[in-house]
Design a protein around this ligand. Sequence first.
Ligand SMILES: Nc1ncnc2c1ncn2[C@@H]1O[C@H](COP(=O)(O)OP(=O)(O)O)[C@@H](O)[C@H]1O
Ligand SMILES: [Mg+2]
Length: 276
Amino acid sequence: MTLDIIKNIENSEILLTNCIFEEVEKNETILKIENLNVYAKKEHILKNINLEIPKNKITVLLGPSGCGKTTLLKSLNRLTDLYKELKVSGHIFIENDDILASKQNTSVLRQKMGLLSQRPYPLPYSIYKNVAYGIKLKGIKNKKLIEFNVEKKLREVGLWEEVKDRLHSSPESLSIGQQQRLCLARGLAVKPRIILADEPTSALDPVSSKIIENLFKELKKHYTIILVTHVLRQAQRLADHVVFMNYGEVIEQGSSKEIFSNPQTSQLKEYLIEGN
Ligand SMILES: Nc1ncnc2c1ncn2[C@@H]1O[C@H](COP(=O)(O)OP(=O)(O)O)[C@@H](O)[C@H]1O
Ligand SMILES: [Mg+2]
């Protein structure tokens, strides 16, 4: 459990790049995956994955349980390094930098790729300090500036009004949905380029899930989102681009319309009918 928390915190200590709201070119690729393979001992978990992830869009990873979606997300911020039994090969380029190159600084990388897990993992500090933590990671020390940014990030996730009178309480006083938004605020505070979200609403009630969904639609203006979800209707509501995986392989990918209205393979057709 403790290890899980550390791993998730490490990933949530997301990112950081200067907040550049540059003009987004149409269909620009932010991340390119080439011949990615992941093995655990004899098991071939990811099989020669080749993908291009469009910038400022929501890419949804779909597929039955155990097909490798989480492992793919973990490869993107090198969380796979923490599992000695995993062997990873291939290339993952973000802005010409190969994430998998051994010289890659994993803490800088994890600042570029924030991970939102299935369950929220707030730090054992106050609500305020949880967000301030992400801001301080950016090297900001000025108290007023930290205060300003804490409010800004809490507003960005729609939490400010709900917590402004109890900023110094423990996050445990918040609902799970609010805690999830708090973790998102902490991640956004370090200004990621990409948000990796692994079934981020699976522990949430329908109202909280809807809030997160609406947030993602807003956030994609400034961030690229890669979302794993097993909720087909959520995928249909949110996806710009869909990647369907099965047994560690990418079976089909395309626009939301192509995948949901005109699936090509029998595997995808079956999945769309039966779910996982
Ligand atoms: N560290 C690991 N060691 C051994 N097998 C693993 C490890 N991580 C994942 N796997 C295996 O890889 C497969 C894909 O897992 P995962 O990526 O979690 O799938 P998904 O997220 O699509 O449910 C599963 O068979 C799982 O048991
Ligand atoms: Mg998973």
